[in-house]
Design a binder for this molecule. Structure first.
Ligand code: RAM
Length: 519
C-alpha cells in the first residue's frame, strides 16, 4: 500500500472547504447592438474588417428565408448563455426549420471558413457552433452551452421555400461571479492606460466563474500559473478572495500522492485531477498563497495550506543539481515559462525557483515556521550564488552557458528572484532588451513578468511603456478582452496551429490592472 504525503482526511477537508466557497453566479442580460458585415482586409486584425451595416433591430424585424444569414455584434465580449425566440411568418410552417449558430470572440472565428479544420492538438469541438432543428413555431430556444463571444452568426440551413420566419428575440444572459465595478484609476493616469485597465478588468471578470478559468472559451480550466496572475489583479479590483481561496483549496485537495499539486485541474462534474504537472506552476503555489494572505489581510488559509506550499518548494528545489538544473529525466522536469519554442527554459526556471523560495521563506515567517524560513532563505542565497557563478556572463548579462543563449525570460526571472537588484537589475534588463540575439517573449504571460521585473528594478517608465505598447497594441486591434497569445508581427500565431482555437479572453493577460494599481 502506498502512503500519501498528505492524509486523505486533509485532502478531503480541503475539498470540502473548496465546495463551501463555490460562488453563486450573478447574471446580466446583454443585447446585440448591431448587424455587421465582415470584409477581407489585410490592414485589419487577422485580415477581417468589421463594418456596421445596420441597427440590431434590422435582424429582428426582417423576415428570414431559407439560406439567409445575419451577423450580429453584441458590442463587447460576453460570457453567458444565448436565447432566441422564433415565430413563423403569416403563412405558418409546413416543414421543420434548421438553424445554425456560430459564435466567436473575434471576427476570424465567424468570417473565416472553419472547414477544413486543422489542428493536431485540440479538437474542433472547441469551436463554438450549434445546429438546431425545430418542428413548431413559435419556439424559445436556449442554446445548450455557456459561450464566450462578441459576434453571433445565425444561418437558416433549412426552411420550406414557401415560408418565412421571424427572429422575435435574441439576447445573452451574461454570467460571472461578480459584476461589481472596482474603483477607477486616479484621474492623472493616461487615457490609454485607463482603457487598458478597463479591458483587463473585463478580461478578469469574464474568466471569474465558479473558479478562475484560464479562458471562458477554452480551456475553461483552473491553471495554477494563470490563477496566480488573476489573483493579483483580483486583489486590487474585484476582490473575490473567497474564489481565490476556493481555487487554492482545490489544488491542495487534488494534490498527488507525493504531495505535488497539478498544473491544472477540473472542477466539473466534480473536482478531479488532469494528470499534468509542471515544475514552475507547482512552485508558484507558494507565492500565490503568500499574495493571497497579504492582499486579503487574512492568514488562516496560509496556515492551513502552508504544508502544501512548503512541499512543492522542498521537493522541487531540493532536486536541483550543482548547476541549479533539474536532472535529465526528472519526473517533474517539464516547465512552461513562455510559448517560445526556441527558449532554453532551465535558466528562467532557476530564477523562478529562487523567487518561489523567497516567497516561501516569507510565508514561513507569517505562519511561524522558523526552521523552514531559515532553510528556504539559505537555499535561495545558495542558488543565487550558483547563478552568479554559472549563469552570468558578466555583471550585466545573464547567459545560459549550456544552451549558449540570452533571453528576456532569463533576465526577467533573475530580477524577480532578486539575484540582482537596483542599478544592476536595471542594467541587466536594459542590456537584454537591447540585445537583438536574445530570445523574445512569445505571449502575454512572459510580457507580464518582464513588466513586473522592470517595476521592481526601478524602471517604471520602461514598464509603463511596455504596457502601452504591448497591451495597447491589442486595444488598437479591437480587443475588448486581452488575448491568450499576441505576437504583433504575426496575428495568426497559434500554439494550436489554428488561430480560431486561441482564447481571446485569457486569464494571464489581465495583469495590467495589478501592475498599474499595485506597483
Ligand atoms: C494553455 C493555456 C493556459 C496555460 C497553459 C500552460 O493550455 O493557455 O492558460 O496556463 O497552456
Amino acid at each position: 500500500m502506498t502512503t500519501s504525503y498528505f492524509s486523505t482526511a486533509d485532502r478531503s477537508r480541503w475539498l470540502e472547504m473548496a465546495a463551501g466557497l463555490d460562488p453563486v453566479l450573478a447574471h446580466q442580460v446583454a443585447q446585440p447592438c448591431a448587424v455587421v458585415a465582415f470584409h477581407p482586409d489585410l490592414a485589419a486584425f487577422q485580415g477581417w474588417r468589421v463594418e456596421r451595416s445596420d441597427d440590431a433591430r434590422a435582424g429582428l424585424e426582417r423576415l428570414w428565408r431559407d439560406g439567409d444569414q445575419v451577423d450580429f455584434d453584441f458590442g463587447t465580449h460576453v460570457v453567458g448563455r444565448l436565447r432566441m425566440r422564433w415565430e413563423s411568418g403569416p403563412a405558418g410552417l409546413d416543414a421543420p426549420v434548421r438553424l445554425r449558430v456560430l459564435l466567436g470572440e473575434v471576427p476570424l472565428e465567424i468570417a473565416a471558413p472553419r472547414e477544413p479544420f486543422h489542428s493536431n492538438m485540440l479538437p474542433r469541438s472547441w469551436l463554438q457552433e450549434e445546429t438546431i432543428t425545430v418542428d413548431e413555431l413559435p419556439a424559445s430556444i436556449d442554446l445548450p452551452r455557456r459561450y464566450a463571444f462578441r459576434f453571433v452568426r445565425i444561418e437558416i440551413l433549412g426552411l420550406s421555400p414557401r415560408h418565412e420566419i421571424r427572429l422575435a428575440k435574441l439576447e445573452a444572459v451574461a454570467e460571472a461571479a461578480t459584476f461589481n465595478e472596482p474603483g477607477p484609476l486616479p484621474d492623472d493616469v493616461a487615457p490609454l492606460l485607463r482603457q487598458i485597465d478597463a479591458t483587463a478588468i473585463r478580461t478578469l471578470r469574464n474568466c471569474l466563474q465558479s473558479v478562475f478559468e484560464d479562458g471562458p472559451k477554452r480551456d475553461r480550466r483552473l491553471w495554477l500559473g494563470d490563477l496566480r496572475l488573476q489573483a493579483l489583479a483580483n486583489g486590487v479590483t474585484l476582490r473575490r478572495f473567497d474564489v481565490v481561496a476556493r481555487c487554492l483549496l482545490l489544488f491542495a485537495g487534488l494534490c498527488r500522492e507525493d504531495g505535488i499539486v497539478e498544473a491544472c485541474i477540473y472542477h466539473r462534474p466534480r473536482p478531479h485531477r488532469s494528470g499534468n504537472v509542471m515544475a514552475d506552476y507547482a512552485l508558484l503555489f507558494a507565492p500565490t498563497l503568500l499574495d493571497h494572505a497579504s492582499m486579503s489581510g487574512e492568514s488562516a488559509l496560509a496556515a492551513e495550506l502552508w504544508p502544501v506550499a512548503a512541499r512543492q518548494v522542498e521537493l522541487i528545489t531540493g532536486a536541483l543539481d550543482g548547476s541549479g538544473r533539474l536532472p535529465a529525466g526528472h519526473p517533474y522536469g517539464w516547465t512552461f515559462i513562455d510559448w517560445n519554442p526556441a527558449l532554453a527554459r532551465e535558466g528562467p526556471f532557476l530564477g523562478l525557483a529562487v523567487y518561489c523560495l523567497r516567497a516561501a521563506a516569507r510565508l514561513a515567517r507569517l505562519v511561524g515556521d522558523d526552521d523552514r524560513r531559515t532553510a528556504f532563505t539559505t537555499r535561495a542565497e545558495h542558488l543565487s550564488a550558483v547563478v552568479r557563478e554559472v549563469w552570468m556572463h558578466d555583471p550585466e548579462t545573464f547567459r545560459d552557458p549550456f544552451a549558449g543563449q540570452t533571453s528576456v525570460a532569463l533576465t526577467a526571472w533573475m530580477v524577480l528572484g532578486e539575484v540582482v537588484t537596483d542599478v544592476q537589475a536595471r542594467a541587466c534588463l536594459h542590456r537584454t532588451l537591447a540585445d537583438t540575439s536574445a530570445q523574445q517573449p512569445a505571449g502575454p504571460y512572459l510580457m507580464h513578468h518582464l513588466a513586473h521585473a522592470l517595476f521592481i528594478a526601478g524602471a517604471p517608465s520602461d514598464a509603463l511603456g511596455l504596457i502601452e505598447r504591448y497591451w495597447g497594441a491589442m486595444i488598437a486591434r479591437g480587443a475588448d478582452t486581452f488575448w491568450e497569445i499576441f505576437l504583433p508581427g504575426n496575428e495568426l500565431a497559434s500554439p494550436y496551429e489554428n488561430a480560431q482555437l486561441n482564447s481571446y479572453c485569457h486569464a494571464w493577460s489581465c495583469t495590467p490592472s495589478w501592475l498599474l494599481r499595485a506597483l
